[in-house]
Design a protein around this ligand. Structure first.
Ligand code: UDX
Length: 432
């Protein structure tokens, strides 16, 4: 099928590449000419495992192309996906100006029937607004349908998530549009759930909020473990073995970050308030998440007493492993707090250092060339992101390089028993 994706960010680019991979003809549109030029030149603006190869392969096969022209995309496609940013506003509500702009741009060039699909995460009822906007700005009076098709991919495993989804949600009120959507997703062989548009829009916010709730729940249980001497890993295994609960998203740590959870939970709270049904439970989820990081820093402060002039090594800057995304990363918050208290911080991250530097997120921090380089002469090591390569580093080597064998493991990445056997003082989350 001929498809157009408006917005070549995380969701747009990965979706475009995966649609091309299963044989569709895909045009990705972006209004950032620099990004379009990069993509045409074969450069991928984000780090995401498997994406680069997939983009190159499908560009080579002439199934995937890039342009800045919405008109070209709309003219040459049967279905138009909107995958533009929906950033948060200061009060937590969603800024829908990019969605509105995309709807207007489509309306201006729309001549014949098209299905317009909203893939961005948007508040319930946005579909109605998109349809009204297109109707208002489309002078040709062309027929169209609006569909909601939320995306559930995770950064770091986005290609896998998109190629093998748990489910595909199609919110549609028109049979012709539903049939076209089913055809697009046929090659993915995943369960398809067809709903009304509002339900589809709600599913995304409700799903992300539930996952965040699971994380805050286990983080709160980790505090009770610390207070009682129980072990959070055992407790999480025991809870997670119940199929109704599941072990996923029960990893205690320094809290959730990234460009989705904090924003989507705030948005869902704002939506619930707007609808007159304030979701107080989610405010507690936010509070636990915020204080989880504060508590971790308090542990460091307590052990080191005075942070001023202490040499601290940081492993991890990204909001989770296997990504270069440092937006709303709890690791970055920790680094900045340590620096604010006068610590001398040297950080290492396999993929996140360039973006941290470019975006000026960690002023005053030194960057190391390897995990071992970061710990040279350090008085403490803080593990803030659970990159796999960190768990393969030998304690012996670590101890030889550090000034003091002290580890604060914010992701429960290392084995406490082994760390202590090698003479480390070791702190983690929810376990002795
Ligand atoms: C999330 C959703 O999972 C995805 O479905 C949606 O489309 C976008 O938002 P993402 O933000 O890429 O995806 O990452 P995810 O793997 O969900 O992790 C989010 C945050 O939660 C990370 O900071 C991670 O470290 C944290 N987390 C996750 C925990 O602290 N504990 C866990 O058990 C799981």
């Amino acid at each position: 099928m001929k498809l157009c994706i408006i917005g070549s960010g995380y969701v747009g680019l990965v979706t475009g590449a995966c649609f091309a991979e299963v044989g569709h003809q895909v045009i990705c549109v972006d209004n950032d000419q620099r990004k379009v030029d990069m993509l045409i030149a074969g450069e991928i603006p984000i780090y995401e495992p498997l994406l680069e190869g997939m983009v190159h392969k499908n560009v080579g096969a002439k199934r995937l192309s890039f342009t800045n022209s919405v008109e070209k995309g709309v003219d040459e496609s049967e279905v138009i996906f909107i995958a533009v940013p929906t950033p948060p506003q200061p009060d937590g509500s969603v800024d829908l100006s990019y969605i509105e702009q995309a709807a207007r741009e489509i309306a201006v060039v729309l001549k014949d029937y098209r299905v317009i699909v909203d893939k961005s995460t948007v508040p319930v009822k946005t579909g109605e607004k998109v349809a009204a906007t297109i109707r208002r700005y489309n002078r040709a009076g062309a027929a169209f349908d609006v569909v909601s098709n939320p995306e559930f991919l995770r950064e770091g495993c986005a290609v896998g998530d998109l190629m093998n989804p748990d489910r595909i949600v199609i919110g549609s009120s028109n049979e012709q549009a539903t049939a076209l959507m089913k055809k697009i997703y046929e090659p993915f062989m995943a369960p398809i759930l067809v709903t009304d548009i509002s339900s589809a829009e709600l599913i995304k916010h409700a799903a992300n909020s539930f996952l965040a709730l699971k994380i805050s729940y286990i983080n709160m249980v980790s505090r009770i473990c610390e207070a009682s001497g129980a072990d959070i890993e055992n407790v999480a295994d025991g809870i997670g073995a119940d199929k109704r609960i599941g072990r996923n998203f029960l990893n205690a740590g320094i809290g959730y970050g990234g460009s989705c959870f904090p924003k989507d939970i705030a948005a869902f709270i704002a939506i619930s308030e707007h609808l007159g049904e304030p979701f107080e439970l989610l405010k507690e989820v936010q509070r636990i998440n915020r204080t989880q990081c504060d508590r971790f820093i308090a542990k460091i402060r307590e052990a080191l007493w005075v942070l001023k002039d202490k040499k601290i090594a940081i492993w991890g800057l990204t909001f989770k492993p296997d990504t270069d995304d440092v937006r709303s990363s709890v690791a970055i918050d920790i680094v900045n707090q340590l620096v604010a208290e006068g610590a001398i911080v040297r950080a290492y991250d396999p993929k996140g250092m360039e973006k941290s530097q470019q975006m000026g997120l960690v002023p005053g921090v030194g960057f190391a060339s390897s995990p071992l380089d970061a710990v040279q002469d350090a008085e403490a090591l803080v593990i803030a992101t659970e990159w796999k390569e960190f768990s393969n580093i030998g304690f012996q080597e670590l101890k030889a390089l550090m000034h003091t064998p002290l580890i604060f493991d914010g992701r429960n990445l290392l084995d406490p028993l082994v760390a202590r056997q090698f003479g480390f003082t070791y702190y983690s989350i929810g376990r002795a």
